[in-house]
Design a protein around this ligand. Structure first.
Ligand code: PEP
Ligand code: MN
Length: 648
């Protein structure tokens, strides 16, 4: 603390003040200025500063250290990620908790859960004990409500949250719920905070109606000091003089709290505004302001709701809101959390993981012999694309490849669990890194790299049955494909090059037109898919044309083969030698670097993220040690995966 002394303080009073502070364990330094004299007192002590303020000769005291410790960023600089089953909240993700204000009936909850699940919510809410302002309002169904909530959550594969209003229901809430909610009215019910904290379960802590940010963080400190690390702060509006909204939603609290604390912050625009029409705009604003998620009230029939109907969204409004959030997530470089649909089990990973995990050597194409039929792997492009070749080289022919329109669709299909794996190009030996894929890896923290496959890009000239090179007047391909075969065109000046959006797409096009004067350049696999003939193979100028593909999966997926590579990303501080100090850590640990690439960080001009791939050392601990050491010199270190690199 800083103690500002009165101008007329006597030397004896000053000495007494100094002694008082030292007796309480502070180190004290005096600074004498032209106008004022101050004492600076530092120490690991918690003291009521008013005791100093009332000493004779003291003008005022300015506390400098924060009263909360466990919740503070000073103690823990990385974002806390709260896990609720397979759902993660915090650290670059957007998670939406949704459901009705109160559990009213089984039918109502089932309808609500279907909407929440379908639209992309990841936690189901519903109050069983309702803290109503009026004793005559619906008070909730109590334990019966918890039971309905639990059963509905299980049926729809959604974890559940409900509010606990008193210490007498700690056990019953613990037994039925995945997350306990402390409501705004109970934020400073310290006995309740202690008991709930001691359960060690995740808690959503709402900000009190008239609580300062510091009081809110102190309430989180209570929960943490008593035994849970998993606190999610929820801004839900505070009481102001304004009457046009139920509360005033304090969105400025988000960046403030995110700086002070490592805990995730979500926003409840339903209680924050109290009016349905205001919920979606404020929800989007909260996301834009940096919230890690939302808690939204949605009811299948808001006009019949027993509680908070006027602020509950209709199902269509909720669906629309979710689509809007999905549209803005990439701008904020955030991943919208998803509950995987079927193909992926949140605790064990992809369905075929046990078979895949047991293969310890070689590419799946060889090792998969005799194994059960595999799964589906998403790729970008049309059938017959080089990405599809990568899928079959890595996994073997037993895996189906699913074509997608864009790289982002591949990421989304993997995240949603539509498919257990995806294959995306990361680098071409002639054209360089595929930056879009690298950026997606940075944007999707729940996607990891589990494999790598190198494919030689051999361009083949193909045309419909009966065509010859001499009959060709036009040849279609992707501009890159045409450029990589320029020598062939120089030798055949009468053939016109026609750019097409996709190599395999060009083959599909000529197969469709059945015209012997039209050719296409693509990988050989496309000829099989579209039933055309290969006129000449290997027409590319440079035979050293390779593309490396990453095999991606959800974060909980076990490695497919024994990993031999590791990929990391990190950001560097804006100071001399920042990158060097990280590379030095890699060198000091004997880690052989296979790739280093920088990417500008969106919204932070001249700040960079780096992507590194290294050979995995025999002793894994060396990598862990290196990662710990990098954390000390760089920010945001993340392991993108340990993977098996085949053919590199
Ligand atoms: C609720 O979430 O249903 C609720 C009562 O919220 P709050 O405690 O924020 O008023
Ligand atoms: Mn409510």
């Amino acid at each position: 603390m800083i103690i500002v002394l009165k101008h007329d303080i006597t030397p004896a009073q000053k000495e007494e003040t100094r002694e008082f502070l030292e007796r309480h364990g502070y180190k004290v330094r005096e600074i004498v200025g032209e106008q004022d004299t101050i004492l600076g007192a530092v120490g690991l002590v918690q003291m009521d500063f008013r005791e100093v303020e009332i000493l004779p000769g003291v003008d005022r005291v300015i506390p400098i250290s924060k009263p909360y410790k466990l919740a503070s960023r000073e103690l823990k600089s990385e974002d806390t990620i709260v896990r609720i089953g397979g759902v993660r909240i915090g650290g670059g993700r957007l998670a939406v908790v949704a459901g009705p204000c109160a559990v009213e009936s089984r039918e109502q909850m089932r309808e609500a859960a279907a909407t929440v699940r379908e639209a992309g919510g990841v936690v189901l809410r519903g109050g069983a004990f309702k803290p109503r302002t009026s004793p005559y309002s619906f008070q909730g169904l109590g334990e019966e409500g918890l039971k309905i909530l639990r059963e509905t959550g299980d049926e729809f594969g959604l974890p559940v949250v409900s509010e606990i209003v008193g210490t007498e229901s700690v056990e019953v809430c613990r037994d039925y719920l995945d997350v306990l909610q402390i409501g705004a009215r109970n934020m400073q019910n310290f006995e309740l905070l202690k008991r709930v904290g001691a359960l060690g379960k995740p808690v959503i802590l709402k900000r009190g109606l008239s609580a300062t940010i510091e009081e809110w963080l102190m309430a989180a400190e209570y929960l943490m000091a008593h035994g849970t690390d998993d606190v999610i702060l929820c801004e839900r509006g505070i009481r102001t003089f304004e009457t046009y909204t139920r509360n005033t939603l304090d969105l400025s609290a988000i960046p403030v709290v995110k700086k002070l604390s490592h805990l995730p912050v979500i926003v409840d625009p339903s209680h924050g505004t109290g009016i349905r029409a205001k919920v979606s705009p404020m929800a989007l604003a909260a996301v834009a302001a940096g919230a890690d998620g939302l808690m939204v009230e949605v009811h299948p029939h808001p006009d019949q709701a027993l509680s908070d109907g006027p602020q509950s969204l209709y199902p269509e409004q909720f669906e629309r809101l979710m689509r809007d959030i999905e549209a803005i997530a990439p701008v904020l470089e955030k991943e919208l959390q998803r509950i995987p649909n079927g193909a992926v089990n949140l605790t064990t990973g992809p369905k075929d993981a046990s078979t895949a995990g047991s293969r310890t050597e070689g590419p799946a194409g060889e090792a998969a012999e005799g194994a059960e039929r595999g799964g589906t792997v998403a790729f970008q492009g049309m059938r017959g694309a080089f990405s599809e070749t990568a899928v079959h080289r890595f996994f073997g022919e037993d895996y189906d490849a699913l074509p997608c329109d864009s790289f982002e669709d591949v990421f989304k299909d993997v995240l949603n669990g539509r498919v257990p794996y995806g294959a995306v190009p990361i680098e071409n030996s002639l054209a360089g890194t595929v930056h879009e894929v690298l950026d997606l890896l940075l944007q999707y923290p729940d996607i990891i790299v589990v494999g790598e496959q190198k494919v030689r890009i051999i361009h083949s000239l193909m045309a419909v049955e009966g065509a010859t090179i001499d009959s060709l007047a036009k040849v279609y391909s992707h501009p890159q494909g045409l450029a990589q075969c320029s020598r062939f065109f120089d030798e055949h000046p009468s053939i016109e090059r026609v750019p097409f959006f996709d190599t395999a797409g060009a083959v599909a096009h000529i197969a469709d037109l059945k015209d012997p004067s039209l050719g296409a350049i693509a990988g050989r696999e496309a000829a099989k898919v579209y039933n055309v003939s290969v006129l000449q193979e290997g027409i590319e100028n440079n035979p050293r044309n390779y593309t490396r593909f990453f095999i991606i999966a959800r974060v909980e997926t076990p490695p497919i083969h024994s990993p031999n590579r590791a990929a990391l990303t990190f950001s560097t501080l804006d100071k001399p030698g920042a990158l060097f100090s990280v590379l030095k850590v890699l060198a000091d640990h004997g880690l052989n670097m296979k790739k280093l690439e920088s990417r500008p960080i969106l919204g932070k001009p001249w700040n960079y993220m780096f992507f590194v791939a290294v050979d995995l050392p025999e002793k894994r601990e060396i990598l862990d040690e290196a990662v710990e050491a990098i954390k000390k010199t760089a920010g945001d270190v993340r392991q993108l995966g340990l993977y098996y690199s085949h053919g590199n």
